[in-house]
Design a protein around this ligand. Structure first.
Ligand SMILES: [Zn+2]
Length: 298
């Protein structure tokens, strides 16, 4: 499946850079766009996943696309300055008729093109809380018009898109989308292959919700299900289980240290992510969130 490891590595490093911006600025995932981005230079490419499902890689979260005779079901939209070019790429692999655009969660690297696609007449679909948070961010004209609090199904392309709200994990508006016939799940950012989990507590994300949501995702997937993460490469159920088990291991270690009254610095010095950093990189943001979630003093 991972046929071009050198390309994959380059992609991973690219996403790691984006994650780095999040860590240092704290705003990239919340909708602010880096002012020095040369948007015209951002490469856009599509990759077939399985059945009707492709994904579009550019800058920001992976865009999922179900393409068929009924048109396109689109998941997430990256950044506004890329919207016209993203539209062009979609037109190149479909009839250009985008029937619905689903937001997996509120963050600007997944919803930054909402206003652009809404202006093209594409209805936006998301959890109720995504609309509430986008409205609070005053993103005029970019709000989902169809919202839900329980799972829904979009029946197009003979590939039902089962849109399922998750417990508050990455944010409190997370949804995953299972294209049932193609057996592909777009996870949004509750699962990623390129970094430790981001638990955005300012947008309602939680540690217990992250563990629960990853368990639900693993339970929903079969051994052959293709898992399309919010950031990173197409993965398997086994990868989700490994990620969930890592979160549980780190949380158990931090919980024991918090129970001893350790400061954050002491917890960090105990290196509870020690064997995981080689794979998932800088743990600081994750560790900070886990420590706070488990009641540690900041
Ligand atoms: Zn996100």
């Amino acid at each position: 499946m991972r046929t071009n490891s050198r390309l994959r590595l380059a992609v991973s490093l690219g996403f790691a850079l984006v994650i780095g911006l999040v860590v240092t600025s704290g705003t990239t995932e919340l909708g602010a766009q880096p002012g020095d981005v040369d948007w015209g230079a951002v490469g856009l490419s599509t990759h077939h996943v399985a059945g009707t499902v492709h994904y579009l890689e550019g800058r920001g979260g992976n865009i999922g696309l179900s393409v068929g005779t009924d048109g396109v079901v689109m998941i997430d939209d990256q950044f506004g300055p890329l919207a016209d070019r993203i539209r062009g790429v979609i037109n190149g692999i479909s009839d250009g008729n985008i029937r619905f655009l689903i937001n997996t969660h509120v963050h600007g690297d997944h919803t930054g093109g909402n206003a652009n696609f809404a202006a093209m007449g594409v209805p936006i679909v998301a959890q109720d809380r995504v609309r509430v948070r986008l409205a609070a961010n005053q993103t005029e004209g970019a709000l989902p018009v169809l919202t839900f609090s329980e799972d829904i199904t979009i029946n197009l392309n003979d590939d039902p898109a089962h849109v399922i709200p998750m417990p508050a994990a990455h944010t409190d508006g997370d949804s995953i989308i299972h294209f049932v016939a193609s057996d592909v799940i777009h996870t949004g950012d509750m699962f990623r292959t390129v970094a430790f989990p981001v638990i955005d507590r300012n947008n309602g994300g939680t540690l217990p919700g992250t563990i629960e949501a990853l368990g639900l995702l693993a339970g929903m997937a079969g051994p052959n299900t293709k898992i399309l993460p919010g950031h990173g490469v197409v993965s398997t159920r086994a990868d989700v289980i490994e990620f969930r088990d890592m979160v549980i291991t780190v949380a158990d270690r931090v919980e024991a240290l918090v129970a001893q009254g350790r400061s954050y610095d002491a917890v960090a010095a105990a290196d509870p992510t020690r064997e995981f950093r080689a794979k998932w990189g800088d743990p600081e943001r994750f560790l900070t969130a886990v420590y706070a979630e488990l009641g540690g003093e900041q």
